[in-house]
Design a protein around this ligand. Structure first.
Ligand code: TIU
Length: 222
């Protein structure tokens, strides 16, 4: 059986059952004037990983393996935005407010779009999600069942928020989860490292982590 060199031990690769899930590579998290910046974060950290995320996506496309994209966003009438999420903290702009790239984290607004370099191509599924996890209140489970997917490789942002939440949701649903180290980023370097450590501790309690070149090497032979 093919394997991907990973931590804490090799990931058992099954080409008929694997997909890449790219979490929330949206302008709102990566560009000034968006949601991430409104929370006081250095969004420049996010743009640095774009070439690696692009390389990983291209590897999956070249191998004929599915790529799924997610977007954190809400309906224009905010009916899927609980006050507990909207009113958290003291951001300079709240979700739904008008910002320089349109309304913050609202479906269809320019700032909510996926970064153009990483845009989905025809045939790729895009999941719009109102939560941090991609399974909550979305069709993701149905999409994965329909494609007989049982293994998920994760990329995207932020490592310890939407990526880790989704990995934990997926792990509990029985998916084998592998996080690509170079294709994820956090606004807090120490949180990224802590997330990697938490995920792979205790014999891969949440999942595996692997380097991008090891993932691309294995899938290129798929
Ligand atoms: N996509 C995602 O991670 N949403 C966040 O709000 N992340 C933060 O780190 N704030």
């Amino acid at each position: 059986m093919a394997e991907i060199s990973a931590q804490p031990f090799s990931f058992p690769f099954r080409k008929q059952e694997i997909a890449l899930v790219v979490i929330d590579m949206q302008r709102d998290f990566a560009e000034p004037g968006g949601f991430g910046a409104s929370l006081g974060n250095d969004v420049g950290r996010i743009t640095k990983i774009v070439p690696e995320v692009k390389r990983l996506i291209q590897g999956f496309r070249d191998a004929g393996l599915p790529v799924i994209h997610t977007m954190e966003c809400h309906r224009p009438d905010l009916s899927d935005l609980p006050p507990a999420k909207r009113n958290r903290g003291k951001p300079s702009l709240r979700i739904g407010d008008e910002g320089p790239m349109g309304r913050i984290l609202i479906a269809g607004e320019p700032g909510t779009a996926i970064l153009p370099e990483l845009a989905p191509i025809e045939g790729e599924v895009v999941i719009e999600k109102p939560g941090k996890g991609a399974f909550y209140a979305t069709e993701l489970s149905d999409v994965l069942k329909e494609k007989s997917i049982k293994q998920l490789v994760f990329a995207g942002v932020t490592t310890e928020v939407c990526v880790q939440t989704t990995m934990r949701e997926a792990n509990d649903r029985g998916y084998e989860c592998l996080l690509c180290v170079q294709a994820t980023e956090s606004y807090f370097p120490e949180f990224k490292e802590a997330a990697f450590a938490m995920i792979r501790a205790q014999g891969a309690i949440v999942g595996w982590t692997a380097d991008i070149d090891d993932i691309l090497e294995t899938i290129s032979h798929a």
